[in-house]
Design a protein around this ligand. Structure first.
Ligand code: GTP
Ligand code: SPV
Ligand code: MN
Length: 596
């Protein structure tokens, strides 16, 4: 099944002169013993050849090219469908550096374990050398990565998700500073699965998986885990945040970032289509998952999106909830673990109200609406180039990034958390972000629906000690004469029947509008114990069907009993982080308790 003999002519010779790259690839080739080494250049011809080979090997199924031109389908191993947080390691010299929220392993031990796992791990297979950039060309924040992988699925996904190819070698020049990523598929069994990070070496090794978050090493591994470690050292922030641009009818542009945990609405918010009442407003996507931010010379915080594509959640995506995503994934997209229709179209729960009468499910079995299991995996995904997005913000290519006016934190909470509130100031905002919580989702293996603390939506992605990470956030204030305002939102509060209280999606424009107005000093607010909350007259509900002030009061309600419990549950996190927790945050907790 795994014999890979695809070798495109002229690709067996290195396409770089960088001795750092050549030496490292030589070393890894000796370790993994692939039968071929293919030096990727990111060209169209290469894509065409690899796609053809993927189809030939059964790695891809060509979808209906009339309905979905350039689209392909991939099924991952059924035990390999989400990020494996329990198999993810931060390998710093000391355990304290990794901190209490990460799995730690000593670098020497992990290297030797992985070396024996990878020894001969690519025998009979091709090793692809994938050079890529995280960040727009010419940005001082942009980083070079090279991923060695024996998965064509990874090569073609990286080609979508990053700026891949010769451009990366150009950026590297004769430097040695690039992320060394090794990905060995091995047998895909969970026992041999490791996603191991070596921040001091700017290196990642990933084994026995072929699922996105575990193996597209530029994304969570480099852009967030190694990224956050480098950011703390170099004075910037690497965050699990979308970046959007909001242009008002008068042409005023406001840029906003938002950190929501995995599968909690980033892609949808970044692609928001305003309801008719907001005609004239244009929301555009700079990024949908990751933001790298650094203070600019004018004292504002500037953000770039290091990625070039979206690796988005399929279930729930449809023409009503996210028409921009539907357009984005209508061509040149790789689908993973969704369901197939008889005419090779794709389907997932929530794509249409009535499911097709007959499908092939994500495991390859026949499926009908009477089947007990879902047709698509709950974490089935699409990988699509960001340029496909009708709401693509051209600023995504700006090496200087965009100035951020507001940072939004938010989780998936059935109770307690109101729709929106604004932190009193930067330090309070960091407390709000640090104590953020969310119900777990299918994006990671394990129990779904359990509330857990997820500071800044970075719990699974912080590449060093979380206490020091929060300290770094506090410190960033010093370089900002115009700090972004900080907000908290919750799209997922439910009523006593379990129904969402807030319609969400496009209607989130109303919340965004209040946030934008607040950052420009235009909207009134009321001082609640949690922070500033909208005055009913400043929150625009006009044009909404079946939603009135009474409902607004319900979704916005602050229940003191629930909040006392909430404040108590912050203790769990604070105990865990205690030895490195900034005292500012403990003081914020005291103040919150006093206000309650
Ligand atoms: P990752 O890619 O895992 O980081 O996820 P994400 O944060 O980008 O989440 P995404 O936008 O893909 O949304 C995840 C799920 O939540 C999808 O099933 C969406 O349909 C659903 N969702 C997104 N926004 C809303 C909303 O405003 N209200 C409700 N009820 N559901 C939403
Ligand atoms: C997430 O889980 O936050 C994702 C998907 O964005 S993955 O790339 O698989 O981590
Ligand atoms: Mn994500």
């Amino acid at each position: 099944m795994f014999a890979t003999d695809v070798i495109v002519k002229n690709k067996i010779k290195p396409n770089t002169k960088s001795s750092a790259v050549l030496n490292w690839v030589k070393e890894m080739t000796k370790l993994c013993q692939p039968v071929h080494v293919q030096w990727c250049d990111g060209s169209e011809a290469e894509k065409t050849a690899l796609t053809k080979e993927a189809v030939k090997q059964g790695i891809f199924i060509a979808l209906n090219q009339k309905k979905l031109p350039g689209c392909y389908y991939h099924r991952s191993h059924p035990d390999d469908v989400a990020r494996s947080e329990d198999r993810t390691f931060i390998c710093t010299p000391t355990e304290e550096e990794a901190g209490p929220t990460n799995n730690w392993a000593a670098p020497t031990e992990m290297y030797s374990k992985l070396k024996s796992l990878c020894k001969g791990g690519m025998r009979g297979r091709t090793m692809y050398v994938v050079p890529y950039l995280m960040g727009p060309l010419g940005s001082p924040l942009t980083k070079v990565g090279i991923e060695l992988t024996d998965s064509i699925y990874v090569v073609l996904s990286m080609r979508i998700m990053t700026r891949m190819g010769q451009i990366a070698y150009k950026h590297l020049g004769d430097g040695e500073n690039f992320n060394r990523g090794l990905h060995c598929m091995l047998d895909l069994k969970p026992e041999g699965r490791y996603i191991a990070h070596f921040p001091q070496d700017n290196a990642v090794i990933s084994t026995s998986s072929n699922y996105g978050g575990n193996v597209l090493l530029g994304k969570k591994c480099l852009a967030l885990r190694i990224g956050s470690y480098l950011a703390a050292k170099e004075g910037w922030l690497a965050e699990h945040m979308l970046i959007l641009s909001a242009e008002s009818p008068s042409g005023e542009k406001t840029f906003v970032t938002a950190a929501f945990p995995s599968a909690c609405g980033k892609t949808n918010f970044a692609m928001l289509v305003p309801p008719p009442h907001f005609s004239g407003w244009k929301i555009r996507t700079v990024g949908d998952d990751i933001a790298w931010m650094k203070p600019g010379p004018d004292g504002r915080l500037y953000a770039i999106n290091p990625e070039a594509g979206y690796f988005g959640v399929a279930p729930g995506t449809n023409l009503e909830t996210n028409p921009n995503a539907m357009a984005t994934i209508s061509h040149d997209t790789i689908y993973t673990n969704v369901a197939l229709t008889p005419d090779l179209d794709v389907w997932w729960e929530g794509k249409t109200k009535i499911p097709p009468p007959k499908l092939i499910d994500w495991k390859g079995n026949p499926w009908t609406p009477d089947s007990k299991e879902h047709a698509a995996h709950a974490n089935s995904r699409f990988a699509a180039p960001m340029r496909n997005n009708p709401a693509f913000a051209p600023e995504a290519d700006d090496p200087n990034g965009v100035p951020i006016s507001a940072i939004i934190f938010g989780g998936r909470r059935a109770t307690t958390m109101p729709l929106v509130y604004q932190a009193f100031n930067w330090i309070h905002g960091i407390y709000v972000g640090a104590t953020m919580s969310s119900e777990t989702t299918a994006a990671a293996t394990g129990v779904v629906g359990q509330v857990r603390r997820d500071p800044m939506a970075m719990l699974p992605f912080c590449g060093y000690n979380m206490g020091l990470y929060l300290r770094h956030w506090l410190r960033m204030r010093k370089g900002l004469s115009v700090p972004p305002r900080i907000f908290h939102v919750n799209w997922f509060r439910r009523d006593e029947n379990g129904k969402f209280l807030w319609p969400g999606f496009g209607e989130n424009m109303r919340v965004l509008k209040w946030i934008i107005d607040r950052t420009h000093g235009r909207a009134n607010a009321w001082e609640a114990p949690l922070g500033w909350v909208p005055e009913p007259r400043d929150f625009d509900l006009s044009g909404m069907e079946n939603f009135d002030l009474e409902k607004m009061a319900k979704v916005q309600a602050i229940n003191f009993e629930e909040w006392r419990r909430e404040a108590l549950s912050h203790d769990e996190l604070f105990f865990k982080l205690y030895s490195d927790l900034p005292k500012e945050l403990m003081l914020q907790r005291e103040l919150l308790v006093a206000r309650l």
